[in-house]
Design a binder for this molecule. Structure first.
Ligand code: PFF
Length: 461
């Protein structure tokens, strides 16, 4: 049975660092620019930012609070809290969905992190020097068309993740994140500076921030234009993905949070850091995309083709490029760890497994599932291996990010604001001001917003 063995983190700053380490990762630097490019820019970015502020932030506060009140793995936390609030124990489904989402995400996350890994030796050895559009594209496709190379880096990354999780995430990971975040922000600012000098900076900014709803949300044929809800769901899903919300990752970190720490201020810091890093990445990448005559909608390879061109041509690029890919790898690593933690915590609580055994099972399964992501870029890239027009890789991303995470967020909002007592949140958050606003957002706006976007996406409204 569940036991509350969860030791607390020693400080507020350690919690903020761990949660920021989870939030900031490939989602900010790889996924945000590439999906913004696929969905056509500014209007998508605006909806994404609105989803962060109006849905992501209140749901994050609720998720951290539930974790801190339950102090167990998400499955047991939800079961325990439901019981104490006199609600059905079916709420533990939130924890189960989170475990599944964690597997799905890790199984493609690790392959992309493998790309960052593979670019480190390329950068260190000077192979990026002098790259242009064609040679950079060739280098990238040389990597992705080789299943064995991808498998190698995917395996190495999974091993790295397993090593930390097996030892326990509270053994110094936050110290690494403390150095990582300023270094990553500094390097991105340097890249933005380089992008400014590239000549197409304003075009890049315009693409990111000039809001044209018509271009993003309507597909036009001849005279008639039809509304397409897909970018809406993608923006919502990405808000959850980038903040690590809706799957218990932030909940389990909440379980390690000291009791007196302010959840609201921690949430604002994490969400702000995450958003700033994503926007910096966008501001660095899009000007370079235009300056090098690349297409914004190039897909998952966008960042990995664009940035090496910049590093290959800037002074000190060999050093900065190596540093960048190392930092990207660490950022991915500190996120991947939180994808595994909810399932590992549950296995150790429920079956009294040691952490090593639990970690090996979870990462081992995700590794196997990851082979499908590896093959999606080569052997399985053809139409015969696509479902709903998506490769196995895309399908897992879609299922986890656009369906499971927002659904998890919806259930978290519903449990907190409709099933549990209002007093539970008043005490759990201990806000000195702003409770009424948060309550409005979590009780009405967040659930309605998520539900409406879902219904839109399946064509019901
Ligand atoms: N937030 C991470 C990123 O942006 O890269 C990805 C992620 C980590 C999603 C942990 C979900 C999660 F639970």
């Amino acid at each position: 049975m569940a036991t509350t063995t969860t030791p607390k983190l020693t400080s507020r700053i350690a919690f903020i660092l761990l949660a920021t380490g989870s939030a900031v990762g490939l989602g900010n630097i790889w996924k945000f620019p590439y999906i913004t490019g696929e969905y056509g820019g500014g209007a998508f970015v605006l909806v994404y930012l609105a989803c962060i502020a109006l849905i992501g932030v209140p749901v994050m506060m609720a998720e951290i609070m539930l974790g801190r009140e339950g102090r167990q793995s998400p499955i047991h936390t939800m079961r325990h809290l439901a019981k104490s609030q006199g609600a059905t124990n079916r709420w533990q489904i939130v924890g189960w969905m989170g475990v599944i989402a964690g597997f799905l995400i890790l199984s493609f996350y690790s392959v992309i992190a493998g790309w960052a890994f593979a670019y480190i030796p390329e950068a260190v050895s000077g192979n990026l020097n002098g790259l242009d559009k064609t040679t950079s594209g060739a280098l990238f496709s040389e990597l992705t068309t080789s299943p064995w190379t991808l498998l190698f880096w995917h395996s190495l990354f999974m091993l790295l993740t397993a090593t930390v999780v097996a030892r326990g995430v509270r053994n110094g990971l936050e110290k690494l994140v403390r150095i990582l975040m300023p270094a990553l922000a500094g390097l991105l600012i340097l890249l933005v500076g380089y992008a400014m000098a590239s000549g197409k900076f304003m075009q890049g900014l315009d693409y990111l921030f000039n809001v044209n709803f018509q271009a993003v949300f309507y597909t036009c044929q001849a005279e008639t234009c039809n509304f397409t809800p897909e970018p809406l769901l993608a923006a919502l899903g990405h808000a959850f993905f980038t903040l690590s919300l809706g799957m218990g990752a932030i909940m389990i970190y909440g379980a390690y949070m000291p009791q007196q720490t302010s959840i609201a201020s921690a949430t604002l810091i994490i969400a702000l850091a995450d958003t700033v890093i994503a926007l910096l990445a966008g501001m660095a990448i899009f000007p370079l995309v235009f300056a090098n005559d690349l297409t914004p909608g190039a897909g998952p390879g966008l960042v990995f083709v664009t940035l090496p061109i910049a590093f290959g041509n800037m002074p000190g690029g060999q050093f900065f490029g190596s540093l960048f890919f190392i930092l990207l790898l660490i950022a991915a690593w500190s996120s991947a760890i939180s994808l595994v933690e909810p399932a590992v915590a549950w296995l150790t609580e429920r079956w009294q497994w040691c952490r090593l055994r639990a970690t090996l099972l979870v990462t081992g399964l995700a590794w196997v599932l990851g082979i499908g992501s590896v093959l999606s870029f080569n052997q399985w890239s053809g139409a015969e291996y696509q479902w709903f027009g998506k490769t196995f890789f895309d399908l897992k991303d879609y299922l986890a990010s656009n369906i499971l995470l927002p659904l998890g967020g919806l259930l978290i909002a519903l449990f907190t604001a409709w099933s549990a007592q209002r007093r539970f949140s008043e005490q759990g958050l201990a806000l000195t001001r702003g409770f009424a606003l948060w309550w409005f957002l979590i009780r009405y706006l967040a659930p309605l917003g998520i539900a409406l976007i879902f219904l839109h996406a399946i064509g019901l409204v």
